[in-house]
Design a protein around this ligand. Structure first.
Ligand code: GAP
Length: 475
């Protein structure tokens, strides 16, 4: 397992997909930068979601709300009081831990049993008092020091709006994009011709001051969410919840191209439901370290709109013309994180072929990496390769082909090294096609088109190349 993680991380680093943020200053825990290819891959994931969840549906519209909003929103939603994790600090080395994670770790390692606690006593990681009792007997896993009683730590980043830093100017960076949707719900209702059931989708940054960010980009402090709030008549919520769980799984398999056997649902137990939820199911991906959450699908009831109506004094009820009643709609919310999908997509696509794939030469080569990315996600769609870089006529022709193809697709022009090496470089970043321009191209106006997965090559007229690529890349 560590092998696959190490290999994928090495690829990410080698090809500059993701960098630690502020690396020249030693990094900044839980923040990352996405390099040129990483930014392309991330954009393609977001595009795939937006196409499917917003543009290709009659019943969903899009939104791009502000990151910093009135702090009253977070009071109404319950985030100022409820959005916290239990934090345990070592009195000796001052290392901080997620108290619930620490308790789970100690329980799974059998340590708590040794200290005399029963499974029943260590089951509930939501009860801070019980956790305090258990952790009082445990020791810091790093230095063996005594642990202070766990306390609740609010995960929202705080900032100040305007020149004076006081309570009146206090504001928060949004910890979820969802509240921007609830805050704009009435504007959408009043300006768009939407009728229940309908949804509002949004892709954007979210910020959480995680106590222990980790697993590289899996748990970070700044990340992007793709969320959709689907408003329904109360009573229709359970059916809609069932519909969206199925639809989201379909999206992961058919649109994002993840392997079916690597995906599963994990329903939440009642005692772990968020403060707003009536029901929740996670979509999990089987990462090399085990099954882990990539999306949560929740039935948020009328909690958010109800609270915003109460706190803002604005009527947020929906008038239903079909039966002339007014009510606050229920909400079904599929919510996923772009970085987690980015990671899942890379693990899913990663393939290493020992000895290389070419059968025509003796298999004495090093291992070859092929990123078998779905074509819609590939950061580079087509590589453009002149056979030789020191022949001006070949270079000129290759640049003409590049200009023609990049009108429609992201291309990578590469003239450095042998053709074999350049194919390897393209395979490693998952480019589905490579186009080689050789001396025959100058005579016949044609090129060689190579397929990443089958490695088959075909001769194609340059004038026919854009249409053929459009057909093959599917857009
Ligand atoms: N609006 C509901 C909500 O925010 P959540 O389960 O807290 O629910 C939804 O988050 C998704 O956002 C998660 O399934 C995960 O993909 C992503 N996510 C949450 N916290 C994250 C973090 N610290 N780093 C990266 N992604 C995160």
């Amino acid at each position: 397992m560590e092998d696959t993680v190490a290999k994928v991380l090495s690829l990410i680093k080698r090809r500059g997909l993701v960098f630690p943020s502020s690396e020249i200053y030693g990094g900044f825990g839980g923040f990352f930068d996405f390099g040129p290819l990483g930014a392309e891959l991330k954009n393609n994931i977001k595009k795939t979601w937006w196409r499917s969840m917003v543009q290709k549906r009659d019943d969903v519209v899009g939104l791009d709300s502000s990151i910093i909003m009135s702090p009253r929103i977070w009071e109404a939603s319950g985030h100022t009081t409820e959005f916290s994790d239990p934090l345990a600090e070592c009195k000796a080395c001052h290392k901080r831990f997620r108290a619930d994670h620490l308790m789970e770790k100690l329980r799974d390692a059998g340590e708590l049993k040794k200290l005399g606690f029963t499974d029943e006593e260590t089951k509930d990681t939501a009860d801070i008092n019980q956790m305090a009792k258990v952790l009082a007997s445990a020791k810091c896993p790093d230095c063996g020091g005594e642990l202070a009683a766990p306390r609740k730590f609010n995960l929202m980043f705080r900032t100040f709006v305007g020149p004076v830093e006081d309570n009146a100017s206090l504001a928060y960076l949004r910890p979820e994009t969802a509240q921007g949707i609830f805050a704009s719900y009435k504007n959408i209702l009043d300006t768009q011709r939407v009728k229940l059931p309908f949804g509002i989708g949004q892709v954007g940054k979210a910020f959480r001051n995680e106590i222990t960010p980790g697993n590289f980009i899996f748990r970070s402090r700044e990340f992007e969410q793709m969320e959709m709030e689907y408003f329904v008549k109360p009573g229709d919520d359970e059916k809609a919840f069932e519909y969206w769980t199925k639809e989201r799984m379909r999206w992961y398999i058919e649109d994002l191209g993840l392997k079916k056997e690597k995906l599963r649902f994990r329903p939440h137990r009642t005692d772990e439901l968020a403060h707003y939820a009536k029901d929740c199911v996670d979509v999990q991906y089987n990462f090399p370290w085990g099954w882990d959450e990539i999306e949560g699908i929740a039935n948020r009831r009328d909690f958010d709109l109800g609270r915003h109506q109460q706190h803002s004094g604005t009527d947020l009820k929906y008038f239903d013309e079909t039966d002339k009643t007014s009510y606050i709609p229920y909400v079904i919310e599929p919510s996923c994180g772009v970085e987690r999908l980015f990671f899942a997509v890379l693990f899913d696509a990663f393939d290493e072929v020992q000895g290389g794939r070419t059968q025509t030469t003796e298999a004495t080569k090093e291992a070859e990496t092929v990123l078998r990315l779905p074509k819609n996600l590939a950061p580079v769609k087509v590589g453009i390769l002149p056979l030789l870089k020191n022949k001006p006529e070949l270079v000129k022709k290759a640049k003409e082909v590049r200009d023609l193809v990049r009108e429609c697709f992201n291309c990578q022009y590469d003239e450095v090294g042998s053709i074999g090496r350049r194919y390897r470089r393209l395979d490693e970043v998952g480019a589905p096609y490579a186009v080689t321009i050789d001396f025959d191209s100058l005579q016949n106006n044609d090129v060689t088109l190579r397929d990443r997965d089958t490695m088959t090559q075909e001769r194609v007229k340059i004038t026919e190349l854009p249409d053929l690529l459009r057909k093959k890349l599917g857009c």
